[in-house]
Design a protein around this ligand. Sequence first.
Ligand code: F6R
Length: 243
Amino acid sequence: MEIVILDDPGAIARLAADTIAALLHEKPAAVLGLATGSSPLSLYDEVAARCARGELSLAEARGFTLDEYVGLGAEHPERYRNVIDREFTSRVDIARDAVHGPDGLAEDVPAACAAYEEAMAEAGGVDLQILGIGTDGHIGFNEPGSSLASRTRIKTLTRQTRLDNARFFGGDLDAVPTHCLTQGLGTIMAARHIVLIATGEEKARAVHELAEGAVSASWPATVLQHHPHVSVLLDDGAASHLR
Ligand code: F6R
């Protein structure tokens, strides 16, 4: 695991965008793993700006999102399918139908999760997975107690995660879904390179556990200690509990 501490979110975004650019230079049809939430937003801005300047093209790239809320209507602005369209897909030249996400409205949830795993495998697996981290150490929506070998499945969101995400729902905790579909920890671990972005002191404890804690389902991100190629990009706040 390489840990890079940078001055501000802009520097983190530029370094992560450089990583995406290098991958696409080598492999234009690369498969990107896309996180939602606030952590990757500066990166998506940077990638969009490079595309607008003609410095980067995602025309052949494909994407798979990490997770999805269960039960949000197709047009709900916080449905992750819509969030990734708004924040990323619509702003770059990637083909709309080349970006996939778990189906949070599926009637047959186990079948939808299995189909998502199959689609990722058929695409050749994820080359570069972008991750954020929850204050409770989740990656994707693999909350504490998640199996370290898990694959895409339905999960219950913790109260802490729902409180953290209530800001996206006008501060209304009751509006935050209670369940999600998420790639499992085993799914995430299958990506060839993982870039995790964390900023702000509220992430410091989770980042400390991620990098320096014992590997345990109690802090799901610690499974990344077993991955051969993880880059953790932090600002000073998120790095402040590292020894
Ligand atoms: C989002 C996701 C989550 C977030 C995490 C951090 O697709 O899978 O793991 O990355 O909750 O969220 P932010 O970035 O909003 O602090």
